[in-house]
Design a protein around this ligand. Structure first.
Ligand code: ZN
Length: 397
């Protein structure tokens, strides 16, 4: 009897500690809804109830707007500048790489992003695992660990990779612990963005990814590269700056996700001196307008647009600037931009039933901002509170 009482008492204390309530002045649920004066009840790492606010709460955020923790589907968490503010492009000591990556993860979480997809470097996996163990503060990370391009798995410098070698490479990447596959179907913007893998090679990579249960996301700048990737059944198109309307229709028809990005272009242009490896900024400058237009066309053609910033050095922690570029330059509705970074992004990651929505059963990932981004999008710059998996990481009200 005595033992039983003690046990009950301990259990009650434990759940009392774990159960927290948060009052939200405005709650944006990540599914297109918003409500005033709500209370979110959280037990452990999960949301258990949403109810009208009443009584005293653990965290009174009635002066703020609460959203699901934001999701960035395209970052490079290891990229950073050195102490002289220049891109580290090549070798450095492993301790610096590790510490800068941890720092990037930390500032990303503080900036309101509770999940990111990093695409990808071998170090990503270590950062991901340390964060999952709870010993490092950072967003939940999904990573491709490496990138597949036209130099990957070649038998020698004069011959392209065989379809079988690429399939093998996908299987190895999965075995090494990747959460997804990242491939380059085209060259970069500066190099013209033309298709660099054959249709058969793209089919091999995306097809094998599917076979082993991984998603495949594709860097594709030109329309031809995008089209080949959509037809190959790849999961998501990254960038797609010059995609044509008929290819957007194809994406809508096939359910291909689309991840155009503006912050990355601005980040390069605004921090020119930090990127001495880029000789000509004109292609980037010239891509700004077509990229903003691509967002508008994608919406008209009902494509599922996710939220990826392609955050490289200089952009970590500022991921939310993408919201502002989208609304101000690409004329997105604030609610559409928020949906992109919440439930739609979650769906693209295969996590639609776990994150990206404030509802019972979902992970308790929340971000609170000063002001209301539905009225003034720059509110996303004013993050005051970040909760990930029920744990408070930022509380700077
Ligand atoms: Zn990228």
């Amino acid at each position: 009897m005595h033992y039983r009482l003690c046990f009950l008492l301990v259990a009650t204390l434990a759940s009392a500690q774990e159960r927290i309530t948060i009052d939200a002045g405005t709650l944006i649920d990540g599914k297109g809804g918003f409500r005033k004066n709500q209370q979110i009840v959280i037990d452990g790492s999960r949301i258990v109830e949403i109810r009208p606010a009443k009584g005293k709460s653990t965290y009174d955020l009635h002066a703020f707007t609460i959203m699901p923790g934001w999701i960035d589907t395209h970052v490079h968490i290891t990229w950073h500048f050195n102490a002289q503010n220049i891109l580290v492009n090549g070798r450095e000591d492993p301790a610096s790489s590790a510490l800068y990556s941890a720092e990037n993860a930390y500032v990303t979480l503080m900036g309101g992003f509770t999940t990111v997809q990093s695409v990808g470097a071998p170090m990503d996996a270590s950062v991901r695992d340390r964060i999952n163990q709870g010993s490092l503060a950072g967003p939940r990370i999904l990573t491709s660990i490496r990138q597949i391009n036209n130099m990957t798995a070649r038998p020698d410098p004069d011959h392209p990779a065989s379809v079988e070698a690429l399939r093998e490479y996908v299987r190895k990447t999965k075995a090494d612990g990747a959460d997804l596959i990242k491939l380059f179907a085209t060259a970069g913007m500066g190099a013209g963005g033309a298709q660099t893998l054959t249709d058969e090679q793209i089919q091999a990579v995306c097809g094998e990814a599917k076979n082993v249960g991984l998603r495949a996301i594709v860097h594709a700048i030109s329309d031809a590269g995008v089209k080949a990737s959509v037809l190959a059944g790849c999961t998501s198109i990254e960038h797609g700056n010059f995609v044509k309307d008929e290819t957007l229709d194809l994406m809508a028809e096939r359910g291909t996700f689309f991840d155009p990005n503006l912050l990355v272009i601005h980040n390069y242009i605004d921090k020119k001196e930090s990127f001495p490896n880029i000789r000509d900024f004109k292609p980037l400058q010239d891509a700004l307008e077509p990229t903003a237009e691509v967002f508008e066309h994608a919406r008209v053609h009902h494509v599922k647009v996710v939220f990826g910033t392609d955050a490289v050095a200089g952009a970590h922690g500022r991921n939310a600037e993408e919201f502002i570029y989208r609304v101000k330059d690409a004329h997105e509705k604030p609610m559409d931009a928020i949906l992109s970074a919440t439930s739609v992004a979650a769906e693209s990651l295969g996590l639609a039933d776990r994150i990206g929505t404030i509802a019972p059963g979902y992970e308790a990932d929340l971000v609170a901002v000063e002001g209301n981004p539905l009225e003034e999008i720059t509110a996303v710059r004013h993050v005051v509170f970040v909760l990930k998996g029920g744990r408070v990481y930022r509380n700077t009200r």
